[in-house]
Write a protein that binds this ligand. Sequence first.
Ligand SMILES: CC(C)(COP(=O)(O)OP(=O)(O)OC[C@H]1O[C@@H](n2cnc3c(N)ncnc32)[C@H](O)[C@@H]1OP(=O)(O)O)[C@@H](O)C(=O)NCCC(=O)NCCS
Length: 319
Amino acid sequence: MASKNNDGQDGPRIIQCFIDTRPLWPVKKGNARNEVQELKTVASRAFSLLTEAEQTSVLKYYHLKDAKMSMVSHLLKHLIIAKCGIPWSRTTISRDAKGKPCFNPQAEDNHVILDFNVSHQAGIVSLIAAIGLKDVAVGTDIVCVNERSHQDYAHINKYGFDDWVDVHADVLADSEVAFMKSAPVDGRTRGAESVIERQLRKFYAVWCLREAYVKMTGDALLAPWLKDLEILDVQVPTAKERIDPISLEEGEVVRQFANYFQGKAVTDVKTELTAFGMHYMIAGSMRIPKELRDSGVKLGKWIQLDLEKDILDVAEAAS
Ligand SMILES: CC(C)(COP(=O)(O)OP(=O)(O)OC[C@H]1O[C@@H](n2cnc3c(N)ncnc32)[C@H](O)[C@@H]1OP(=O)(O)O)[C@@H](O)C(=O)NCCC(=O)NCCS
């Protein structure tokens, strides 16, 4: 399979893409477990591209929406390995010592240099990858600001926003907690009309950037340094004007410069945050070694993929 990027280019590159699973594979409404099992039929083409273990793990989900995101997550991880010229049958997904999914090439594929990361939230699955870039690490995270609004508002209405932030304070830097609680919130309103909505959007923006950074390192929940990472002065990206509430049109992109680790400015990590639709934000994080700092490698646009054309056709051609 040709190793082309979204612009038809070969060579070392960063790939950022996402897919909306919400309209995929509609099934007859019914018992949640039966709905998930229906994927075997309605999504048979995609399903057959997964390993037996992956198929089993997808079918264990209780909710259809989670099973669909898991299925697409598996597909995207295989796809990015296949993009490096590896036949689909050898696109085995492993985990590194910290648990971050990775590709451990067999001898015949050991020319492949690849780091990738996946996130899924509220029906959307994102993938970021660094291909052919030695020692570059990447991470991504998606948030959907209103996905848990029922629970968020129940707590905030009873105990206040500051208390709600405190619930999450264990995994945030103290400076971030102060930033989230501090007024005024950004006056720009698109994607967040009330003060609480704007405060929540600010919280989730910081959260999303943090997660992308933490996932880039692979340390994830085990990171003993979570409170030493400070993502400061976060500007919250606004949604695009006058969009359909269910659209995923791209809004503002915000480049995050003020990252600190143990009090020192972080200079080898680039992080960005992009608004999609009214409520989604996707973050990308990339650590670049000194030698590549001037190579022009940078984060770019998130490209929305089409399941059939961009995944299934490509996968089958690589099979
Ligand atoms: C495992 C963890 C990274 C998942 O994050 P999440 O926000 O729940 O879920 P996301 O959808 O963003 O990411 C899930 C994907 O992360 C990837 N992942 C799993 N372990 C990972 C690790 N150690 N490092 C990087 N990525 C990892 C997987 O690809 C997974 O998707 P898959 O199971 O379909 O392959 C998360 O539990 C975690 O540790 N988060 C960071 C710690 C934290 O407390 N953060 C709070 C603010 S920083």
